[in-house]
Write a protein that binds this ligand. Structure first.
Ligand SMILES: [Zn+2]
Length: 341
């Protein structure tokens, strides 16, 4: 409820704010407190990683722990100390700005500080995905507009701590970029009666050239309109619009192939920084099941946004997915034959 709790305050005494850009219509979150988070990829000065076992007191109290105490945990989730959004606040500020509200959580994926997702066992990845699903369900109960799950790997992708972790952000208001994504899928359904992601999967299977992997209940492909080299989609056979409603089979399918895809990418491009994003439909729209299927997007950081991109919103991708997909396909295959099932 608005006003129940004070807005999250940062060092400067200023709550995070959404400020719509009057020129582009995009939103920017201005969150001065984020500047106080640990420096990029640095090891903590005193050698104590807040995500390592034994240092649990250094994080906010956990909201999920798997398995339950007294067993040693494999996955832990707690509120982000440097949240980009906070609890509901007061009335809107000036210039159309308003408090950035929602929830922001950290998912520690492994007790091992130097674990790598690309060499993780599928069972461990499944435990992480299941924890994310649990948290998405819990966060959805508060009625946010959107829930975004993502993972940053490498300094260039925005990692602030080396210990493997993902993040979940529940947003009370859906940003314009997300709304545009949903509108495109909804319009496709209204015009054709079919789910956009079903049609994309069928088109990629028919073309074949951009398919990286198609087995075990998940299609992996590099989209025709890839914005960056090796942009890759993992689309499980699942009708849920979001992770909250994902089936056990779909989580297992993604867990089974994700490490191999990341190992393949690391092999072909020298372990680049990347962002992994779970694309999901709106939380509060019961019709989304008809026209949106959750999927994972992998965005390697192999290019930099330059003047043209900033001026126009265009992406210039110097590598055609028809060329990079076969390269990744061979590397994923090689990774799966060396590591075994
Ligand atoms: Zn650690």
């Amino acid at each position: 409820m608005p006003g129940d709790r004070p807005p999250r305050r940062y060092g400067g005494g200023m709550a995070a704010e959404i400020r719509p850009d009057p020129e582009t219509g995009d939103w920017h979150i201005v969150a001065p407190g984020r500047a106080a988070r640990p420096s990029d990829h640095a090891e903590p000065a005193d050698g104590r990683c807040p995500f390592c076992p034994g240092n649990e007191a250094l994080t906010p109290p956990e909201v999920l722990r798997h398995p339950a105490a007294p067993q040693p945990w494999r996955v832990r989730v707690f509120p982000n100390r440097y949240a980009v959004v906070g609890p509901a606040a007061g009335p809107a500020a000036d210039g159309g700005a308003r408090a950035a509200t929602g929830a922001h959580e950290v998912v520690v994926e492994s007790p091992r500080h130097d674990a790598e997702l690309r060499t993780a066992r599928p069972g461990d990845v499944l435990a992480v995905l299941a924890a994310m699903r649990d948290r998405c369900r819990a966060l959805a109960a508060a009625g946010p507009a959107a829930i975004v799950v993502f993972r940053n790997h490498g300094v260039a992708a925005g990692t602030s701590l080396r210990h493997p972790h993902s993040q979940i952000v529940a947003l009370d208001d859906a940003p314009p970029g997300l709304v545009r994504r949903w509108d495109n899928a909804r319009r496709h359904f209204d015009g054709t009666g079919r789910c956009l992601h079903d049609d994309l999967a069928a088109a990629e299977r028919a073309a074949g050239t951009r398919v990286v992997h198609d087995a075990g209940g998940v299609l992996v492909y590099q989209p025709r309109a890839a914005g960056v080299p090796h942009e890759t989609v993992l689309l499980p056979d699942d009708r849920s619009p979001g992770l909250a409603g994902a089936s056990d089979d779909a989580l297992a399918a993604v867990a089974g192939v994700l490490p191999g895809v990341l190992a393949g990418l690391a092999a072909v491009r020298d372990d680049p920084a990347y962002n992994l994003v779970v694309h999901a439909g709106p939380v509060r729209d019961g019709t989304a099941r008809d026209w949106y299927r959750w999927h994972v997007g992998l965005y390697p950081r192999l290019t930099r946004r330059a003047g043209l991109e900033i001026a126009t919103g265009l992406s210039v991708n110097p590598a055609a997915p028809e060329q990079t997909a076969p390269e990744l396909r061979r590397a994923v295959l090689a990774a799966s034959t060396t590591t075994g099932p």
